[in-house]
Write a protein that binds this ligand. Structure first.
Ligand code: G6P
Length: 369
């Protein structure tokens, strides 16, 4: 086991650090920025049906559901097709409308989650095309899908998902871009810019990982908190959900992720000097809106930990702690902003003496209902 951990103390930390390579593996052979192409075998095979789909239904559980939410934002934003994201456990039991003109995307690291498998079986009965995004090769969901792509993250051992999430997001980016290309909803120059930036993501994650020591210091300050709030807008909203999930999974601290503007409809009542609030504030669009959300928290004496772009000045002036990450295309920001949140959860959990690789009551793959 020591050898398998490759010098890291825990699988989770190893897998966090493996993300640059895992993303490279997930993109290898599937795109070329200078030539401006994307080639996803699974997508090409059914491209006519996929291009003519009325809408996409995305179904998943847990972290994979958060990737699904990012996929919704991306596919609607870039390819202009309606997308709905469903918890597999709700989808399968709520008598949903599914037709043969729908494409159902099932996202699952293990490919064995019982609810996700049942959801796609239902969609298959209703003659939808099933596109699987799995990490484990030959898994049940991969086999039950008509088409699909593997994330190629390599084995993920830590129960809290890290590199599986980031490879799902990078693969989803390729799917959204290829759809946009087929549909002609995006200028080629913009497509190339995003592909170039996607190629740069692994080195930007490497750079983000150098913030580890700083994040550990922040973890030491807040390790005894009883609650945490995570706030983000746009592409950073699903990251807020995923950051909160990481913390609760492994440190057992209650944490909630919320769209930053929705805070005033509830969570704001919880804010006092004991409430750490993590802001994902790298958005270029809606930046001023985030600044005012930060001000709202500060006015109530909440403790502000903000993930911002390098060189940010406005939020720096308001926050208690600043985590400066490299700038990227807004749609790719989840791939960067999730990294400090994974590290924060990891260090807090270690400081609280928790078993980060095998947290209590959780399973890596939930194969029963
Ligand atoms: C479990 C795991 C999570 C995972 C979820 C969905 O709850 O602990 O890390 O996100 O299942 O798993 P899947 O394999 O379908 O992505």
């Amino acid at each position: 086991e020591t050898i398998e951990k490759g010098g890291f103390e825990h699988f989770m930390l190893k897998e966090i650090y493996e993300q640059p390579k895992a993303i490279e593996d997930s993109l290898r052979g599937r795109m070329n920025a200078s030539q401006g192409w994307i080639k996803l075998g699974g997508l090409n095979e059914y491209i006519n049906k996929i291009d003519n789909a009325d809408r996409f239904l995305i179904t998943a559980c847990g972290t994979s559901w958060h990737s699904g939410l990012i996929a919704e934002y991306m596919i609607e934003d870039l390819a202009r097709v309606p997308v709905e994201v469903e918890y597999a456990s709700e989808f399968r039991y709520r008598n949903p409308i599914i037709t043969e003109k729908d494409v159902v995307i099932a996202i699952s690291q293990s490919g064995e989650t019982a609810d996700t498998l049942a959801a796609i079986e239902l969609a298959k009965e209703r003659r939808a095309l099933i596109y699987g995004i799995c990490n484990v090769i030959g898994s049940s969901i991969a086999r039950a899908s008509h088409a699909g792509s593997y994330t190629h993250a390599g084995p993920e051992i830590g129960v809290a998902s890290t590199k599986a999430f980031s490879t799902q997001v990078s693969l989803i980016t390729l799917i959204a871009l290829q759809l946009a290309q087929v549909k002609g909803t995006m200028p080629t120059s913009k497509l190339r810019e995003i592909l170039y930036e996607l190629e740069n993501i692994p080195s930007k994650i490497e750079e983000t990982l150098t913030l580890d020591a700083q994040i550990k210091e922040i973890a030491a300050i807040y390790k005894d908190a009883s609650n945490f709030l995570y706030l983000g807008r746009g592409y950073n909203f699903p990251v807020a959900l995923e950051g909160a999930l990481k913390l609760k999974e492994i440190s057992y601290i209650h944490a909630e992720g919320y769209p930053a503007a929705e805070m005033k409809h509830g969570p704001i009542a919880l804010i006092d000097e004991n409430m750490p609030v993590v802001f994902l504030a790298t958005n270029r669009s809606a930046y001023e809106k985030i600044v005012s959300n930060v001000q709202e928290v500060k006015a109530r004496k909440g403790k502000i930990i903000a993930v911002v772009h390098k060189g940010d000045t406005q939020i720096r002036a308001l926050a208690d702690h600043i985590i400066e990450v490299p700038e990227t295309e807004e749609i790719l920001s989840p791939l960067i902003t999730i990294v400090p949140l994974q590290l924060l959860a990891y260090h807090i959990a270690i400081m609280r003496g928790c078993n980060v690789d095998q947290p209590r009551n959780l399973a890596k793959s939930v194969t029963v209902e």
